[in-house]
Design a binder for this molecule. Structure first.
Ligand SMILES: NC(=O)c1ccc[n+]([C@@H]2O[C@H](COP(=O)([O-])OP(=O)(O)OC[C@H]3O[C@@H](n4cnc5c(N)ncnc54)[C@H](OP(=O)(O)O)[C@@H]3O)[C@@H](O)[C@H]2O)c1
Length: 232
């Protein structure tokens, strides 16, 4: 079988970077994307020793940027097998719902929810054509109603909405062998997670990759952590 092709958003650092590295080690072709060209190219050059890594710029909040990336993938590869919607921002510990700056909340939704939605809309047609696709929305326990308290309102609402999107998309594409899941990576040592976090980026990438490799008829429309289903 042809080598599968994966694409990771926000992959110049953190969990996205680790996900690219582990996918390369498994032998996939990987398209590393980043909104900052210099940071993306630096990551690409560090990771090329692990396998076939391509780079393209992508700002998930920008429709033109998403379309240019889609055209690049279509022309260069003619297919995409795995889409990892990892890019995310704004763990807003400084907000309560009562006092949150709504422009900031809107920007958070624009990246964490609409960015992933836009990417899914761009790449699902290619996946449908080949009757194969795995979409992983990198979510968070902060977006689980079952775990939700009052903190980080903008971030939590954006991830709860991303989880709803996972269910909607999974339903839309279920007859096309496209599986769509949300994954919580756990609390991970990155710029977002901070140095006190117990998990390495490699550990954070583990269930993301597991969800990207699910067999036909595997989980879809689920919320996953540590390779198990968790409560929404
Ligand atoms: N770390 C944790 O403990 C934790 C826990 C649960 C869930 N998560 C989720 O895991 C994912 C990765 O988080 P992380 O900890 O690796 O965070 P991070 O280190 O802050 O990295 C975030 C990445 O997203 C990129 N990004 C932000 N806005 C973007 C945009 N508009 N277009 C494209 N890329 C954009 C950043 O690019 P720049 O370098 O250009 O800013 C960066 O590459 C996020 O969705 C996060 O919510 C993390």
């Amino acid at each position: 079988m042809e080598q599968r092709i994966a694409l990771v958003t926000g992959a110049n650092r953190g969990i996205g970077y680790a996900t690219v590295k582990e996918l390369l080690k498994k032998g996939y072709k990987v398209i590393l994307t980043a909104r900052n060209e210099a940071a993306g190219k630096k990551a690409q050059s560090e990771l090329q020793k692990y396998g076939d890594v391509y780079f393209h710029t992508l700002d998930v909040t920008n429709a033109k940027s998403t379309n240019e990336l889609k055209d690049f993938v279509e022309q260069e590869f003619g297919r995409l097998d795995m889409l990892i919607n990892n890019a995310g921002i704004n763990y807003d510990t400084w907000h309560t719902a009562e006092n949150a700056d709504l422009e900031e909340v809107q920007a958070t939704l624009n990246t964490n929810l609409i960015g992933a939605w836009r990417m899914a809309q761009a790449f699902i047609p290619m996946m449908k054509q080949q009757k194969y696709g795995r979409i992983v929305n990198v979510s968070s326990g902060a977006g689980a109603f079952a775990e939700m308290g009052g903190n980080t309102p903008g971030y939590s609402v954006s991830k709860a909405a991303l989880n709803a999107l996972t269910i909607k998309l999974a339903s839309d594409v279920k007859s096309n062998n496209i599986l769509v899941n949300s994954v919580c990576p756990g609390w991970v040592r990155t710029d977002m997670g901070g140095i006190a976090a117990p998990r390495s980026p490699k550990k954070g990438a583990e269930t993301i990759i597991w969800a990207a490799e699910l067999p036909n008829n595997g989980h879809s429309g689920k919320f996953l952590r540590d390779m198990k289903e968790i409560a929404w």
